[in-house]
Design a protein around this ligand. Structure first.
Ligand code: C2E
Ligand code: CA
Ligand code: CA
Length: 888
């Protein structure tokens, strides 16, 4: 079949009774590619054509070609009216249309137009060929009357016989029911030939004859007549040796062979018999008998011959197919059309039939496969080349036990020596509880396997970097933990790795560069590890490594050091050069852990610990860390309670003008009076508050408290009129979005003028949320609130952002101020920041001024404001109040 897909589609249409079915295509599907059908239609002596509803010839047989003196193929696609000489085309078409709609009038004598211009009288008898719901074709039989010189009676009889042949032919076409076909044939023979007995006899391998279908026989169908073909004296042997039909005028005087007893018992006198060809030689005989002494005419013989041809075609094509697809015409067509390979085997395991797909998939020509041993051809070895014993073959096992099997994955070999994966179903063919053979339906699953592979690849790999993903890592970690638990070898470490400041790359250079950098990092990590180690990307800039430490404790840390070492080399992307650092947390030995979750949790804790020490550090998880982690948990519950019970309060650290040391404001710093542990530093509880979300109520408390305090001071103290109060704003508070609204509400509630409030936001937080910050800070500034960039110098301020941010002040981080008088590097950094502030027209405030020397240094650089122990520590409110100077 040319195009299995297209054919399949048409089959579906036929099944649906689809109206859209194109008759030409459907016909070619039903008959066109069926060699057996072609052979049959070409074998009959009458002209035959199939026409569609528009009267176009879809197919014509050789006999019609002879009658019209044209090549049969040239007739295809032509309107039949072209070959009609005695009627105008419209009239002829109308007649045809009416016939298809159920009318009559087609059956008559017509005059046909030959190519050589001759007009010949023909007798036409049509048949209707219903292909699907609404699609009807006609099958017309055409007999050339000039060859006969008939009398009227013979003519009518002939036409009638033609109709019968076409009817039988159609039945053969549309049904795989071979027994039904035989019964129908013998019934028609009796009525048409006017005989009393007709039968189909099958020739058995042992020379016996079996009555397959019969009318008028004294014996029932299925009767076996032993030894009827094995002697030269038998009628069966004679019929086989004769090339054509054998006419027996009188059984009483028959000398050529011994007349079978059954005909004599039935009282038969004359008869005609002919051979039915089968797949492998002779199938059997078709016979008609009468009790009268009668000479069968050439017409009768012709008719019988046509019927025998039909039967021959039918039995040749059926056989194993019939057992498989039973009486289902579509089943047979599908067998031909499907892409699935289907082949039958007999009891011995030899091939009885193959469909075209089998030939195509295995690479063997279909016609060479019958009788071959499929096991030897394509199932002989396993993919590794080792022989596949017959005793293990699921296909051959079905022949032994009759149980259907579905093998989801196996391998067949092609004729060219290549191997391909298959999925197949082996169905036994049972007849009267006897295993007659089996049908194997197989499919090439190369594509399916590819898809499966891609799927498992996707399920276990990170798309961006090609490393394993979290799911795979956890699976492997679980396996490693099981191995150590069951006392096997092993010492596995887990590393958790987070790229420092990766967000900065993404935000400032874009995701494309970020992705490329990540791929590069992944590659370098992978190269740094030992082959047995498993590395996975957990998402974002997080990686995890399962280090197979074998018997070397501490290998985790050593591996981490190698990674830090590797990262000292720059990564290059286009014109950019990156120095990447990673913070690495290590669980040195997974033994002793219950589950993967705890391992990952502790590695994560260690990683955070490493990060808190600065960039590019490693930390091995230890007990103290665990304690810290559980302490954190206690802190969260404690902090919640503290907020409810008023355990939090604010300390106020004065901010002063450097040249004259006059206090110009205060920074509000949170404190926690812990009922057991005493006063806790914000360095302890602010991170906990941030990660638990408690920073929001805490932040609200701080704002309300310090604004209220400032308002009172202003009310009470005339010197406070020009002062400001600074509150720290955390990342979470900033991200919350409605910060401006919250601040506005607090200012409204406390009655503080916005210009007295200064909000400090850490530089790194601002830069990480720069887009959002620009928008949000603008709103705050529009309200009149002042803004300060805290811890300046520790983040990576992009100058362009800084310029866009509506801030008023930079606060130089304490780390640069401390010892700046003795550390020239720090001194230069402070100088740069002061100059930057001046350039951007911003105030600048130095944090952590502890010594006079630092103060002198700051003064020499022109820094305006300061804050530090030198001037004052953070103080309780009433003590801080004492720093409010008298008005000038
Ligand atoms: P920060 O904003 O940089 O606050 C200044 C920190 O430096 C304060 O620590 C202060 O006590 C300390 N300090 C001031 N002068 C000196 C000095 O001369 N030498 C030294 N060594 N330290 C000095 P504190 O109060 O422990 O606060 C730590 C951090 O906690 C603050 O750093 C701030 O980031 C955060 N924080 C404090 N209160 C709050 C708050 O209400 N909300 C938020 N979100 N964060 C807060
Ligand atoms: Ca601050
Ligand atoms: Ca600070």
């Amino acid at each position: 079949m040319g195009n299995p897909d297209a054919t399949q589609k048409h089959i579906e249409q036929v099944m649906d009774g689809g109206d859209e079915a194109d008759p030409a295509a459907v016909f070619s599907m039903v008959c066109g590619d069926h060699e057996g059908v072609h052979a049959f239609l070409n074998a009959v002596a009458v002209g035959m054509a199939v026409m569609d509803e528009q009267g176009r010839l879809l197919w014509a047989n050789k006999a019609l070609g002879r009658i019209l003196d044209r090549a049969p193929a040239s007739l295809t696609g032509q309107p039949f009216t072209r070959y009609v000489a005695d009627m105008d085309p419209g009239q002829a078409l109308d007649l045809h249309r009416r016939y298809l709609a159920g009318g009559s009038g087609m059956t008559k004598e017509w005059t046909a137009l030959r190519r050589d211009g001759r007009r010949v009288p023909v007798y036409v008898s049509p048949g209707r060929l219903r292909i699907s719901g609404d699609t009807t074709c006609s099958l017309i039989c055409v007999t050339d009357l000039t060859a006969q010189g008939e009398n009227k009676e013979a003519l009518t009889r002939r036409a009638f016989q033609q109709g019968i042949i076409s009817e039988i032919g159609l039945f053969a076409l549309s049904s795989g029911d071979i027994l039904g076909l035989m019964r129908k044939t013998v019934l028609l023979m009796v009525s048409i030939l006017d005989v009393e007995m007709a039968e189909v006899m099958r020739l058995m391998p042992d020379g016996a004859l079996r009555l397959e279908a019969g009318v008028g026989s004294p014996d029932p169908e299925g009767t076996i007549y032993p030894g009827q073909a094995d002697s030269g004296q038998s009628m069966a042997a004679y019929l086989q040796s004769a090339s054509g039909p054998v006419i027996m005028e009188d059984y009483a005087g028959e000398t050529r062979f011994t007349v079978p007893d059954v005909f004599l018992r039935a009282g038969m006198r004359s008869g005609v018999g002919m051979l039915i060809h089968g797949r492998d030689g002779h199938y059997g005989f078709l016979g008609a008998h009468t009790s009268k002494k009668r000479v069968f005419t050439e017409d009768d013989v012709h008719f019988l011959q046509s019927l025998a041809n039909v039967l021959s075609e039918a039995v040749t094509r059926t056989g194993a197919e019939a057992a498989l697809a039973a009486s289902n015409r579509l089943g047979r067509l599908i067998l031909e059309a499907v892409g699935e390979g289907i082949f039958g085997i007999d009891r011995a395991g030899s091939i009885t039939f193959v469909n075209p797909a089998t030939a195509q998939l295995t690479g063997y020509p279909a016609e060479k496969l019958a009788g071959e041993d499929p096991h030897a051809l394509w199932h002989h070895s396993k993919p590794d080349g080792k022989p596949f014993p017959r005793s293990k073959s699921p296909i051959l096992k079905v022949l032994a036990d009759g149980r259907r099997r579905h093998v989801r994955e196996d391998w067949f070999w092609r004729a060219d020596g290549r191997i391909f994966p298959v999925d197949y179903v082996v169905t036994p063919l049972l007849e009267d509880d006897q295993i007659r053979g089996a049908v194997v339906a197989f499919r090439d699953i190369t594509e399916r396997k590819k898809a499966e592979k891609a799927l498992t690849y996707q399920a276990y790999h990170d798309e961006l970097t090609g490393l394993y993903n979290r799911a795979f890592f956890i699976e492997r970690l679980e396996r490693a933990m099981r191995a150590t638990k069951s006392g096997g070898r092993g010492h596995f470490a887990v590393m958790f790795l987070d790229i420092d400041d990766f967000k900065f790359v993404n935000d400032s250079l874009g995701h494309t560069v970020g992705d490329r950098l990540l791929r590069g990092i992944a590659m370098r990590l992978w190269n740094t590890l030992d082959p047995g180690d498993v590395i996975a990307r957990f998402g974002g800039d997080e990686f995890a490594v399962l280090v197979d430490g074998r018997d070397v404790p501490g290998k985790g840390l050593a591996t981490a050091e190698r990674i830090h070492e590797e990262f000292k080399k720059p990564a290059r992307i286009d014109e950019f050069e990156f120095y990447v650092t990673a913070s690495i947390g290590i669980v040195d030995d997974v033994a002793g852990y219950e589950g993967v979750d705890e391992v990952l949790r502790d590695a994560d804790t260690a990683m955070f610990q490493a990060k808190s020490r600065g960039k590019g550090n490693s930390e091995v998880f230890d007990r103290a860390m665990h304690d810290r982690a559980s302490e954190r948990l206690h802190l969260v519950t404690g902090l919640r309670r503290a907020l409810e019970h008023g355990e939090l309060y604010l300390a106020y650290q004065p901010i002063f003008r450097l040249p004259d040391r006059r206090t110009v404001g205060f920074e509000a710093l949170a404190r926690w009076r812990h009922p057991v542990r005493g006063i806790l530093s914000p360095a302890v509880f602010i991170p906990v508050a941030e990660s638990s979300g408690l920073i929001l109520p805490l932040g609200d408390f701080v704002l309300r408290e310090c604004c209220g305090r400032m308002r009172r001071w202003i009310d009470e103290h005339p010197g406070a009129g020009g002062m400001s109060i600074s509150a720290n704003i955390s990342a979470k508070q900033l991200m919350q979005g409605d910060l401006a609204a919250r601040v506005g509400r607090v200012l409204g509630e406390t009655g503080l003028d916005p210009r007295h409030l200064k909000l400090e936001i850490t530089e790194s937080v601002l830069m990480e949320n720069a887009e959002l910050a620009v928008d949000l800070l603008s709103r705050l500034r529009d309200m009149g609130v002042r803004l300060s960039v805290d811890d300046f110098g520790t983040g990576y301020s992009s100058l362009s952002y800084l310029r866009r941010l509506p801030v008023n002040e930079l606060k130089i981080d304490r780390s640069f101020v401390s010892n700046m008088d003795v550390n020239p590097e720090k001194f230069e950094i402070v100088r740069a920041i002061v100059q930057l502030a001046r350039a951007l027209n911003l105030d600048v405030c130095a944090e952590g001024v502890e010594t006079e020397a630092e103060l002198a240094g700051l003064l020499s650089l022109g820094c305006g404001l300061g804050q530090g122990y030198l001037h004052a520590r953070p103080l309780p409110a009433d003590e801080a109040r004492a720093f409010i100077p008298d008005p000038l």
